[in-house]
Structures are given as structure tokens and as C-alpha cells.
Ligand binder design. Structure first.
Ligand code: FE2
Ligand code: FE2
Length: 179
């Protein structure tokens, strides 16, 4: 099984596009699909930012992640079937599609040029591990509120910077907001 970072990132992009299709065609449980999309996009973006982008000039890409996360937050809050949901979904798809295209035509090809096969494998392992950590944190461990639940509370309380917070930071910020 290929574990080079470019293959792994590209695979995620295709899965995200599949989820977009399901939402556009209103197939299945929309809320569940949005939750799946949210977890995948956040874990993917964190893993890119922490393990892949540091070696390359990716400032612009980080800005685009932030833009997508704001729209993702809005989509989680919107009720499927409403005009608000459809509009936010369109905006999110446009934003992510643009970002993915840039990553696949500029960032990843230049990474491929500058890194050797061995380094791409190492980056792939690091990306995979960071992504799994984030997915696990989002799903929770069974003790108390899951990170996803804390994140939802943070959205309601409109805590700034929440999408970049870990579970403990979210707990702390929520305690502050309530006191
Ligand atoms: Fe990506
Ligand atoms: Fe990205």
C-alpha cells in the first residue's frame, strides 16, 4: 500500500469530493455526512499544516484552510433543506475545490520535485499519524464530552480560534466563557 504523502493527501481530496456529491444530491443522512466531512477536513488540514506545510511555503494555503473552516462551521450550524444550508454548501464547495486544485497543481508537484521518495514516505507516515490523532480526538475517548461535542459548544458560544484548539484548550475556553 502506498504511503507517500502525495498519494495520501490526494486520496483524501477524492473522498471529500464524494461527500460533496452526496450533499449536493441530498443522498442519505445529511447531518451525518456533514459530521463526516467536518471531521475529515479538520483532521486533513491539521495534518497538512503540522506535518507537511512546515517544509514548504504554504502561507496562502493556511489562509484558505481558515476560510474553509469558517464555512464548515456555518454548514454544521445550518439545517439541511434550508436555503442557508444550500448557499453555505455551495460556498464551501467552491472554496475547497479551489484550494484542492492549487494544492494538486502547485504545492504537491513542487514538494514532489524537492523531496526524495524516502522523504515522501516519511512525510506520509507523519501525515497519517497526525490525521489519525485528530480524528480520534474529534471522536472522543469515552470520558466526558468528546472533542466534537466540545467543538459544538464552542461554536454556540462563538469562541474565536476554536477550530485550531485541542480538546483541553476547548474545555478551558468553554470554562472561561461560562465564568
Ligand atoms: Fe489537502
Ligand atoms: Fe490543504
Amino acid at each position: 500500500m502506498a504511503t507517500d504523502v502525495i498519494t495520501l493527501i490526494t486520496q483524501d481530496h477524492r473522498v471529500v469530493e464524494g461527500l460533496f456529491e452526496r450533499l449536493k444530491k441530498k443522498q442519505g443522512d445529511q447531518k451525518a455526512t456533514v459530521a463526516e466531512l467536518h471531521a475529515l477536513l479538520i483532521a486533513h488540514a491539521r495534518a497538512e499544516e503540522d506535518r507537511v506545510y512546515p517544509g514548504i511555503d504554504a502561507h496562502h494555503s493556511v489562509e484558505e484552510h481558515k476560510e474553509a473552516e469558517v464555512l464548515l462551521d456555518a454548514l454544521v450550524r445550518a439545517e439541511p433543506g434550508t436555503a442557508e444550508f444550500a448557499k453555505t454548501l455551495d460556498e464551501l464547495i467552491a472554496s475547497v475545490t479551489h484550494h484542492v486544485e492549487e494544492e494538486e497543481t502547485k504545492l504537491l508537484p513542487s514538494l514532489k520535485k524537492s523531496a526524495g521518495a524516502k522523504e515522501l514516505e516519511q512525510l506520509g507516515r507523519a501525515f497519517k499519524q497526525r490525521r489519525a490523532e485528530e480524528l480520534q480526538a474529534l471522536a472522543g475517548t469515552g470520558d466526558g464530552a468528546t472533542k466534537a461535542e466540545l467543538y459544538e459548544q464552542a461554536q454556540k458560544a462563538d469562541i474565536p480560534g476554536r477550530s485550531h484548539m485541542g480538546k483541553e484548550e476547548l474545555e478551558q475556553a468553554l470554562r472561561h466563557a461560562k465564568s
